[in-house]
Design a protein around this ligand. Structure first.
Ligand SMILES: Cc1cc2nc3c(=O)[nH]c(=O)nc-3n(C[C@H](O)[C@H](O)[C@H](O)COP(=O)(O)O)c2cc1C
Length: 733
């Protein structure tokens, strides 16, 4: 079944039951305290459960004028109903002495109030019905939630694996969902069952005894202390005993044990009738215990905590849905009048925001643009340029608003005129099938006889605004437009910057590299680590450019920057001289910090991607094995890093260094080195070592492909297995 089915079901169930569930959960949390408070009372002396019923009766014998009944409550506390000096009384007794040890307390008003609200909303039968229904809907929601988590995690085996992070609310909706799953299923099913029982949909059977009163004998009379059935059963197994009304031989002891009732002749001790409780009665008792936690502190705590998660689920669930729907599409022109058609595939709403950004810019440039979901593909009479902007979900699959696209495209898409197309894929490199659905869509479009591909598929990792805008300019140029995307505040807000001064700088002697190694000293002392990022905003621009940082021996920032012809930031950085300063912002990037617990770390980089590794190697206290693979153009490309690397090798801070040069010597890429060292790499992963990759996206793609192949071959595991265990750390751009 498709993800949209489960998501839709989950949402509809939540909408229809949230109010009731909110009330039931808050009252449920209050009620969870009741059994905890009760159970904490000192009315159960240790060892009491081992006393026999005969011993209990002997211990109470003679203490009161008359004993009417004795019972064991849900907590195992013994209560007696007696006639004493003050008339009829009920209280807790010590089963070893028969003495009164405490008064029966009335239920606290708050618990009475919470119970009524929890059971019936103070609305009697109607209220009970809605609460019962909400309970069942909660069970269905848990089921649809499981289906959604299975889709997110990629199968049952990965159900409890670490999540690939998306947003706080989305992630914790899933994490708490997994933790509270079993208790919530138990609460919902037991609640449903108790409602069915209350409405007699499940019929309750009563025990009926058949005693032949004419045949009851009054002899041989023996002492109750010698009754067989009283000696055979302990308080562990005891519910209650009702004493005979009179000395008539027809009056008897009614003994209720955990699983059966016994009628006992008051003179001879003979069991006159024995009836087991029906299954429904025992099951109802279990359901009650599971739903209320009565009698067990631990389960009450679990129930209380599980109830507490419901308000969070309700809040986060609606917040996620609203975010998804936030990017509402407005189309001022009818679909058949538009020259530009933008189709969007989005699950969480982010890709839709980006598509809308482009759509709005086209409209602002007085172009006829039409934006719609991929599932709404149809005939667009005047379409000349088609843009598909889509995320990938599941394991390389379509998002829910694009899952019918392929079918529609093959069956119904019949444009009459030539059209160009360009596909932008949104995805995450943390997934093995990076932007797969975008590539699949591109393949499909390429096969159309009237289509012309304007640009290769462009991928955007982690919703990077920069990566998206890198596609916009060449595309706009190809269709004869100039578009400057304004960076919306809600994508990434400009941060409060601080000042950095250049204290060192080296330029690569290979002119083609156009690379600088720059050391910056910060004004202030904000903490940072190698692997963190420096955000730079060129003057008059809200655009942010992020650089991976190394931390030098002196605690300064190490940055390696390649100058791009039209790159505002890289030009600015390259032009800086020693003593110059610039504004920037330090961003923590925990996911790319050095793994201090791993004994061996393999670092793979190309070009300027070496910068964070220089910092990590600089600060390695030799306890860790570090192996660095680095790809550059020629031997000269290495010059600016040479001193640090050779120094680290001499000091044992770096164990091995293996360069791959693409324009000289063996003319190889870094992934060839990885392929050659396959056994070493796979052994490292097997022994919980870490692989860190930093550099260009192209290099990352090549390297992860090779890593996946060698992991499958040597370790019988896919790369995602190690990714999920956080043994693969990526920082590519
Ligand atoms: C459950 C789940 C599965 C995903 N699967 C993939 C995947 O297979 N390949 C990929 O490149 N990205 C995958 N992603 C990442 C999303 O495509 C990426 O976060 C995208 O920016 C989300 O855009 P949206 O908010 O418009 O849905 C997945 C994300 C989630 C939450």
């Amino acid at each position: 079944m498709t993800i949209s089915f489960w998501r839709y079901s989950h949402l509809v169930l939540a909408i229809s039951s949230s109010l009731f569930l909110l009330i039931a959960s808050i009252t449920g949390v209050i009620l969870a305290f009741e059994p905890i408070i009760e159970k904490a009372q000192p009315y159960q002396p240790s060892g009491a459960s081992e006393l026999t019923i005969a011993e209990l009766l002997s211990n109470i014998d003679g203490k009161y004028e008359e004993v009417l009944s004795i019972s064991s409550d849900k907590n195992g506390f013994i209560t007696a109903s007696v006639i004493g000096k003050n008339g009829s009384e009920n209280f807790y007794i010590d089963p070893f002495t028969g003495e009164k040890i405490g008064e029966l307390k009335e239920k606290a008003a708050i618990f009475n109030f919470a119970t009524s609200l929890h059971r019936s909303l103070f609305l009697g039968t109607i209220g009970r019905f809605f609460i019962g229904l909400a309970s069942f809907l909660l069970f269905l929601m848990a089921t649809s939630g499981v289906a959604l988590i299975l889709r997110r995690q990629g199968g049952i085996k990965q159900f409890f694996n670490k999540l690939v992070k998306t947003s706080f609310l989305h992630d914790y909706h899933t994490i708490l969902g997994r933790l509270a799953l079993i208790p919530l299923i138990v609460i919902s099913l037991s609640g449903t069952y108790l409602s069915l029982l209350r409405f007699s949909i499940i019929p309750e059977e009563n025990i009926s005894h058949a005693v032949d009163y004419d045949a009851i004998e009054a002899s041989p009379k023996i002492s109750t202390a010698d009754f067989k059935v009283f000696n055979q059963n302990t308080l562990e197994n005891f519910r209650s005993i009702e004493f005979p009304f009179s000395d008539d031989v027809e009056d008897y002891f009614l003994l209720k044990l955990k699983k059966k009732e016994v009628i006992v002749n008051q003179f001879t001790g003979e069991a006159l009738s024995e009836q087991p409780y029906p299954f429904v009665a025992l099951f109802s008792e279990l359901a009650m215990m599971l739903h209320t936690g009565q009698g067990t502190i631990l389960w009450s705590v679990v129930l209380g905590l599980a109830s507490l998660t419901l308000p969070f689920f309700i809040y986060s669930g609606f917040a996620i849905t609203l975010k998804r729907r936030a990017a509402k599409i407005k189309n001022p022109y009818p679909k058949d009048q538009c020259k530009y058609v933008i189709l969007v595939g989005s699950e969480g709403g982010t890709t839709r925001k980006y598509a809308k950004l482009l759509h709005d810019q086209l409209l602002a440039a007085k172009q006829t643009s039409y934006l719609t979901d991929m599932n709404k593909l149809s005939h667009f009479k005047k379409m000349e340029h088609l843009v598909v902007i889509t995320a990938t979900y599941g394991q390389g699959e379509a998002p829910s608003n694009a899952d019918k696209f392929k079918k529609l495209f093959i069956k119904d898409f019949r444009p009459k005129n030539d059209f160009t197309f360009s596909v932008v894929g949104f995805g995450s490199l943390a997934y093995p099938e990076f932007c797969k659905f975008a590539f699949d869509t591109d393949d499909l479009l390429r096969k159309h006889p009237l289509s012309t591909q304007l640009l290769e598929v462009h991928t955007v990792n982690n919703q990077s605004f920069e990566a998206f805008s890198e596609w916009v300019n060449p595309w706009a140029e190809k269709v004869g437009l100039t578009i400057e995307l304004p960076k919306p505040d809600n994508l990434i807000a400009r941060k409060k910057t601080q000042k950095f001064t250049v204290v060192n700088r080296a330029i690569s002697s290979n002119v083609e590299d156009n690379t600088a190694l720059i050391e910056l000293k910060q004004e202030g002392n904000k903490k940072f680590e190698s692997g963190d990022l420096l955000a730079i905003y060129p003057e008059n621009s809200t655009r942010e450019r992020l650089y991976s940082l190394g931390k030098s021996k002196d605690g300064n920032l190490l940055l390696s920057v390649k100058k791009h012809e039209l790159g505002l930031c890289s030009t600015l950085l390259h032009e800086l001289k020693i003593g110059d300063s610039l504004e920037g912002f330090l961003l923590e990037n925990k996911a790319f910090h050095f793994p201090k617990k791993a004994k061996r770390t393999i670092m793979i980089s190309n070009g300027t991607g070496i910068a964070p590794f220089l910092g990590m190697i600089n600060r390695n206290g030799r306890a860790h094995e570090i192996h660095l693979y680095w790809g550059g153009r020629t031997g000269n490309s290495f010059d600016i890093y040479k001193e640090t690397i050779e120094g680290a090798l001499a000091d044992n801070q770096l164990t091995t260094f293996k360069p791959a040069y693409s324009r000289c010597c063996d003319k190889i890429y870094v992934q060839s080195l990885i392929e050659k060292d396959a056994p070493f790499i796979t052994e490292t992963l097997k022994e919980n070592g870490t692989i860190m990759i930093c550099g260009s996206i192209t290099m990352q793609k090549g390297v992860t492909q090779v890593l996946d192949q060698i992991c499958q071959k040597h370790n019988n595991q896919s790369l995602s297995f190690y990714q999920n265990r956080k043994q693969i750390k990526l920082d590519c751009y």
